[in-house]
Design a protein around this ligand. Structure first.
Ligand code: TYD
Length: 144
C-alpha cells in the first residue's frame, strides 16, 4: 500500500522564533518520515492558491501579511495516516485554546496581531496535500 503524504509549513513565526527544529523533531519522533524539505518565501499569488478556500474571508488580507512576513519552511512527511497524525500533533487552529501537548498548544499564543499566528500549516486531505506539494516544491522559487 502506498504511503500517504502531507505538506507542512513552518510559518514565519515558527522560523523567526527558532522553532523549526522543535516542530520537525516532534513529527519525526512520532515516527513519520521526512521526504523533502526546503526554505521558501510566500507571495500573494502562491498564497491565493494555497488558501483558495479562504480568499473571500474578511481575515484573508491579514493572513497574507503574516505569511509574507519572513521565510518559511516547507516539508513533506510520509506514513500511514500521516495527515490525521500530524494534524493531531498540530492541535486546534486557535493557539490559545489548542490542547497542551500539541505544537500549537505548547509553542504558540495570541500576540494581539490581526492574524492567528499558529506556527504550522498541515494539509487536511490527500488531494490538498498533493496540490500543496506541487505548489511549494515546484512553483515556488528556491530561497537564495
Ligand atoms: P484553517 O484551514 O481553518 O485552519 P487550520 O490551519 O487549523 O487547518 O485556517 C487556515 C489558517 O487561517 C489558520 O491556520 C489561521 C488562519 N485563520 C485566521 O487567521 N483567522 C481565522 O478566523 C481562521 C479560521 C483562520
Amino acid at each position: 500500500m502506498n504511503s500517504e503524504r502531507i505538506l507542512i509549513l513552518i510559518k514565519p513565526d515558527g522560523v523567526r522564533r527558532n522553532l523549526t527544529g522543535e516542530v520537525l523533531r516532534r513529527i519525526e519522533a512520532k515516527g513519520y518520515t521526512l521526504e523533502n524539505i526546503r526554505m521558501a518565501e510566500a507571495t500573494p499569488q502562491i498564497l491565493a492558491e494555497h488558501y483558495s478556500e479562504l480568499v473571500d474571508k474578511s481575515f484573508y488580507p491579514s493572513i497574507v501579511d503574516y505569511m509574507t512576513s519572513g521565510p518559511l519552511v516547507a516539508a513533506i512527511f510520509t506514513g500511514q495516516r500521516v495527515i490525521e497524525g500530524v494534524r493531531s500533533l498540530a492541535g486546534a487552529t486557535d493557539p490559545t485554546t489548542a490542547a497542551p501537548g500539541t505544537i500549537r498548544g505548547d509553542l504558540a499564543r495570541d500576540w494581539g496581531s490581526d492574524s492567528v499566528e499558529n506556527i504550522i500549516h498541515a494539509s487536511d486531505c490527500p488531494e490538498n496535500a498533493e496540490k500543496e506539494i506541487a505548489l511549494w516544491f515546484a512553483k515556488v522559487q528556491a530561497q537564495r
